[in-house]
Design a protein around this ligand. Structure first.
Ligand code: KIV
Ligand code: ZN
Length: 516
């Protein structure tokens, strides 16, 4: 096979370890499908041993996604390896990813085992995984703070036991690029059977060096890079998929080794992950930030207008952004025009989905006049969010003002199809709406985050509200959009509550010590 860098995306596992993020099965399926479309080689879909809910979610991904290999994470204990195999065995290409700490600090204070005991665990658990599948990845956790000779020994024994990929995690984001590059070279020189395995790297971003370290490892011969969309992940996150891929893609003169990623799917995947995690992408974020292709200075604008390459190293089209769309939609546009534009934007909708979006489109066009691509994307997201709802929001009405008690009436359709009305007062209109909804849904929770942003410019823009609520130690994100921000707030709350109701009971809480 021609030389290439394999991409393992762990947004659904390490990404889910971002504080406040919890995916349900549908979220995982949606993100996995988008990663598959992007051509990601391996999707690490979860940590099946951590909860029955995650095991089921990984199983669902394994049964639906056919174009990417599906990996599950497992601690080096029999129950985790067995649960992992149960979850991934339905995949076309299943992988078990076993991890075990290698640093003295972890051995002493976390595992409370000596080196020989740890080697024995690693060997036997890799062999157990290899009894299930020929695709086994092994990670010595905290490798960059470990005694190198010990890591070499651990890798040698794990490859002998059946590991086909050895992953070097910079678990706490401690490495420096030149040093990490030397480490990867050291592995090639000191692990005698390394030719039987692929070297992978998994870098965290505590010093903001995750992407640089990953790329330094590629120059030293690593051929798998573990990444997360938008750089989400534990603490400061993981190496960002879009940055690693676009660096390799933009500088073949330097790296001379490609990925097989369809870069045009990057923008959509980034938006989806931001939507489902509730983690807003910072405007100046490389590749996918909203400012990444905007030019402010007059000198730069002048240059770009004359020739794009004067101040741009990437054509925005390459990452799936549209430039200067010519098709303007308004209230006179028909279903066919809407369908064509949505298809150009990459949405494959059923006739029924299109009908629902068409109605919402007409409503919005009446209020707003011209509809651009950002409005359409917000509309599609809103409609997708309200599929499979437990409770459906039918009506919101508020009265508020500086000399009035904020009062709200809401109407919901309950799971058994009954229409339920209720009303409440609150400290402001949004609080009144939330209190009225609480009277019907009656699930104890605490609102921990609330933010509003305009999707487009202008007074008639769609307002998008993102909230986070907490219940029984878990947090649930909700999003809602509308030109009326009170309605958008109600939708966001319903979205979070519906996610809570869908997830509740399907997952056991993850104990702190099981989290890698
Ligand atoms: O950061 C880490 O060490 C991990 C391993 C489980 C690969 O996420
Ligand atoms: Zn990690």
């Amino acid at each position: 096979m021609a030389d290439k860098v394999f991409i393992l995306d762990t947004s659904l596992r390490d990404g889910e370890q971002s504080p406040g993020v919890a995916f349900n099965q549908n979220d995982k399926l949606e993100i996995a499908t988008s990663l598959e479309k992007m051509g990601v080689d391996y999707i690490e879909a979860g940590f099946p041993g951590s909860s029955p809910g995650d095991l089921e979610a990984v199983k669902a991904v394994a049964s639906v996604v056919k174009g990417s290999s599906i990996a599950g994470l497992a601690r080096a204990v029999p129950a985790d390896i067995d649960a992992c195999w149960e979850a991934v065995q339905g995949a076309v290409h299943p992988r078990i990813h076993v991890f075990l700490s290698s640093s003295d600090i972890h051995l002493m204070h976390q595992l409370e085992k000596d080196k020989e005991q740890v080697l024995q665990m690693a060997r036997t658990m890799v062999a157990r995984a290899a009894g299930y599948t020929s695709d086994v990845e092994f990670s010595p956790m905290d490798a960059t703070r470990s005694d190198r000779e010990f890591v070499y020994r651990m890798l040698t024994e794990c490859i002998d036991a059946g590991a086909t990929t050895v992953n070097i995690p910079d678990t706490v984001g401690y490495a420096i690029p030149e040093e990490f590059e030397q480490f990867i070279k050291g592995i090639q020189e000191n692990v005698p059977n390394i030719h039987k395995a692929r070297i992978s790297v998994h870098c965290h971003n505590d010093l903001g060096l995750a992407v640089s370290n990953s790329l330094a490892a590629v120059t030293a011969g690593a051929r798998q890079v573990e990444v997360c969309v938008n750089g989400i992940g534990e603490r400061a996150g993981n190496a960002a998929l879009e940055e690693v891929v676009m660096a390799l893609h933009t500088r073949p003169d330097f790296f001379n080794v490609p990925t097989t990623i369809n870069t045009r799917e990057i923008t959509r995947a980034s938006r989806l992950v931001s939507d489902l995690t509730g983690m807003v992408v910072q405007p100046n974020k490389a590749i996918v930030g909203s400012n990444a292709f905007r030019h402010q200075s007059g000198v730069h604008q002048h240059g770009v207008l004359k020739m794009r390459e004067t101040y741009e190293i990437i054509d925005a089209v390459e990452i799936g952004l549209e430039r200067g769309s010519v098709l303007v939609l308004n209230k006179n546009s028909g279903r066919a025009g809407l369908k064509a534009r949505l298809e150009e934007l990459g949405y494959e909708l059923t006739e029924e989905e299109l009908s629902r979006i068409f109605l919402a489109f007409k409503d919005l066009a009446d209020k707003k006049g011209e509809i651009d691509d950002r409005d359409l994307e917000a509309l599609v997201s809103e409609k997708m969010r309200t599929e499979n709802e437990v409770y459906r929001l039918e009506l919101v009405q508020v009265s508020a003002g500086n000399h009035a008690v904020a009062t709200a009436t809401v109407r919901l359709v309950s799971p058994d199809g009954n229409i339920v009305d209720d009303a409440a007062t609150g400290t402001g209109p949004v609080d009144a709406v939330y209190q009225a909804i609480n009277r019907i849904v009656a699930v104890p929770n605490v609102l921990t985050e609330f933010s509003v942003k305009a999707v487009t410019e202008g007074i008639d823009a769609i307002g998008e509200v993102t909230i986070r609520i907490e219940s029984e130690g878990r947090s649930y994100v909700g999003r809602g959009g509308d030109t009326d921000i009170i309605v958008a707030s109600a939708r966001a709350y319903m979205n979070a509550l519906n996610r809570l109701l869908t997830t509740k009971g399907s997952r056991a809480p993850v104990a702190v010590e099981t989290t890698p």
